[in-house]
Write a protein that binds this ligand. Structure first.
Ligand code: UDP
Length: 329
């Protein structure tokens, strides 16, 4: 049985990949320091080790006993507003500790890595939809840290014959009654809107209404995490040779913040209190993927990324969160 190590497997996207790997019969081991992830998000049947990826001794001990074939590397700091305020910690966790992890993998003969990268490597796009060979000029330290790590992986692939796939995610979203997005603090549009719809928050603020877009609000490419997880599984079939390959994961369609607000009202059937606010530092006006390379080379297509399905699933998850709050004494 193929055995996959998932770093950051207690997080939103990492745990979605764990579920899909298990479903397809892979053996899954998770390492996560639980700084932002949740132990209960890790599906049963997966062994969870609470360690830092930079803790080489602990990671080496796990690798010595688990015969890992490939690594899905999600563990990272990922909140863009925080990365604007506090870049040092992003380079520490996403780069320095990442290198320590790569060296531990290398000393255990592991040569296949699927890396969780981001659309933020592109910065403000000059071509939309964005192809993978678009210029890379990040406008926040989160994007810069992911770009640096992609380049490090490129050197590992060249020097050591590793097979590396970097996936540049656009806006990951979606949920169901038993899984979903849960960040502390929450900064993402869909959970924030739905928490406003359910009454957990008084108001939703649109970060900027003066962008050069048709309705003045930012455009983003929203892609369901189940579709993202599917791409990771397809990558595993293509990792027998060596080399570094980067792919966008997005739908090629974009929605404005105002469109997301309207869709959330229509799915939840709630009036959501929304007000226009200032721009948020680090936000480009448009991010939309060209997923052509992923579609052509992996036969991938988004199957769950219609806005209604995304929001309906995330709304189920929000209702689960609310019922837990009511049940709590
Ligand atoms: N956004 C917003 N209000 C919020 C949170 C997000 O208007 O309270 C906007 C944000 O400015 C961006 C879009 O929603 O244009 C998506 O933001 P999110 O943080 O969900 O993802 P990002 O694109 O930053 O990865």
């Amino acid at each position: 049985m193929t055995s996959i190590l998932v770093t950051g497997g207690a997080g939103y996207i990492g745990s979605a990949c764990c579920r899909q790997l298990l479903e397809k019969g892979y053996r899954v081991t998770v390492v996560d320091d639980l700084s932002t992830g949740h132990a209960e998000a890790v599906p049963s049947g997966v062994s969870l080790h609470r360690i830092d990826i930079g803790d080489s001794d602990s990671l080496a001990a796990i690798l010595s006993t688990s015969e890992i074939d490939a690594v899905f590397h999600f563990a990272a700091k990922a909140l863009i507003p925080e990365s604007v305020m506090n870049p040092g910690v992003f380079f520490d966790v996403n780069v320095a500790r990442g290198i320590a992890m790569l060296e531990t993998l290398r000393s255990h003969g592991i040569r296949k890595v699927v890396f969780s990268s981001t659309a933020a490597v592109y910065g403000t796009p000059t071509i939309v939809p964005i192809p993978e060979d678009h210029s890379k000029d990040p406008i926040n330290s989160y994007g810069e840290s992911k770009l640096v790590f992609e380049r490090i992986l490129q050197w590992y692939a060249a020097a050591y014959g590793w097979s590396v796939v970097a996936f540049r995610y656009f806006n990951a979203c979606g949920g169901a009654s038993d899984w979903g997005e849960r960040h502390e603090p929450e900064t993402h549009i869909i959970p924030l809107l739905l928490q406003t719809a359910s009454g957990r928050r008084p108001i939703f603020e649109i970060h900027g209404t003066d962008y050069p877009t048709p309705d003045g609000t930012c455009l983003r490419d929203y892609v369901h995490v189940v579709d993202i997880a599917e791409a990771h599984l397809l990558a595993l079939q293509k990792m027998d040779g060596s080399g570094f390959h980067a792919y966008n994961i997005g739908t090629g369609r974009s929605h404005s913040v105002k469109e997301i607000c309207q869709a959330a009202e229509s799915i939840t059937k709630q009036k959501i209190h929304v007000r226009a606010g200032q721009r948020r530092p680090g936000d480009p006006s448009v991010l939309c993927a060209s997923p052509k390379k992923l579609m052509d080379e992996f036969c991938w297509a988004p199957k769950h990324s219609d806005l209604d399905e995304i929001i309906a699933g995330a709304w189920e998850w929000e209702q689960t969160q609310c019922s837990k709050l009511v049940a709590r004494p």
